[in-house]
Design a protein around this ligand. Structure first.
Ligand code: NDP
Length: 278
């Protein structure tokens, strides 16, 4: 069901994850608590951060200040530095929990595969252990392409529950999308608004006028109808509320296809095969 902001998709381990949440990439530490509090108080139940964003402390503060029960919130963070030594992975995870001021996360992701260093298999094995300890209710990856996922399938025990990838009407990655669906891995879209670029596309503006909705609502509704989890970012409380108002209308099949046809393989972020930041 995708009829309200609280509806959830069931991951392959049985954990339920909201279809819709708020991302906090590039949100400064000192405004993060306010953004997270606003999101949770506006009905959002999922927050997406990462150790490299440098704002986990602010996320933790926002969670606490929101007054929303921790068990009702789905919290994701991501591991930055790969390592063959599992203790290095455990230490990074512990530090995230400390900053987030929580005893567990709902989803822990490897942020990038960084295949040139050949450490993501060892890193995933350490993350499997964190999962088995119960301190991450679900585990997954981000920016993994099919060959990276196939190596995990061949050499590891647990299939990732989620792959968080760049996904918006300009970049739909059809082969990867089909692979994820076939392997019961949930696709979570990062930069679902193409960092705002999609909002001035003439086709999206035309559909917004046709449905009497905002361009953001049209794009996020397209995701919802495709069964894609989204985590748009905004600093503004009014926009948060407005962006989430996407459950009271449906795009026709013809208009869904019209948006599908906007794909032009445009990345707003790095290519995972060459991204090598340590
Ligand atoms: P988005 O595609 O969500 O776009 C964010 C931009 O859209 C901001 O400039 C925001 O401006 C603008 N915007 C939002 N709502 C509106 C609106 N109603 N009207 C006009 N403009 C609007 O970009 P992100 O890159 O932030 O991606 C979302 C999340 O995905 C991140 O926050 C992060 O959590 C995750 N992510 C993960 C990555 C990964 O490698 N795993 C990489 C990148 C992102 P304003 O804030 O001023 O409203």
């Amino acid at each position: 069901m995708r009829n309200s902001i609280t509806d959830r998709v069931t991951l392959h381990n049985g954990v339920e994850m909201p279809w819709f949440g708020a991302g906090v990439f590039k949100v400064e530490q000192d405004v993060t608590a306010r953004v997270v509090r606003d999101a949770l108080q506006s009905g959002y139940r999922m927050i997406d951060t990462a150790s490299i964003y440098g704002n986990e402390q602010g996320v933790g503060d926002g969670l606490r200040e929101s007054g929303v029960d921790r068990k009702d919130i789905f919290l994701t963070t991501k591991l930055w530095r790969h390592a063959h030594d599992e203790q290095e992975i455990f230490d990074q995870f512990d530090e995230s929990l400390r900053l987030l001021q929580t005893e567990y996360v709902d989803l822990y992701l490897i942020h990038w595969p960084k295949p040139m260093f050949d450490q993501y298999v060892a890193t995933w094995k350490a993350i499997e252990k964190i999962y088995k300890s119960g301190r991450a209710r679900a585990i997954g990856v981000s920016n993994f392409n099919i060959p990276h996922l196939e190596r995990l399938a061949a050499e590891c025990e647990i299939v990732p529950m989620v792959n968080q990838i760049e996904f918006h009407p300009y970049l739909v990655q059809t082969d990867l999308q089909q692979y994820l669906q076939a392997h019961n891995i949930v696709l979570e879209a990062w930069s679902p608004l193409a960092k705002g670029r999609i909002l001035t596309d003439p086709a999206i503006l035309g559909l917004a006028a046709k449905y009497g909705r905002t361009p953001v609502q049209v794009v996020l509704r397209w995701d919802m109808q495709k069964g894609i989890v989204t985590i748009p970012k905004t600093l503004t409380r009014e926009r948060m509320i407005d962006n989430a108002d996407l459950f009271g209308f449906s795009l026709s099949e013809t208009d869904m296809t019209l948006i599908d046809r906007l794909d032009c393989h445009l990345r707003t972020g790095p290519d995972p095969d060459v991204f090598d930041k340590r």
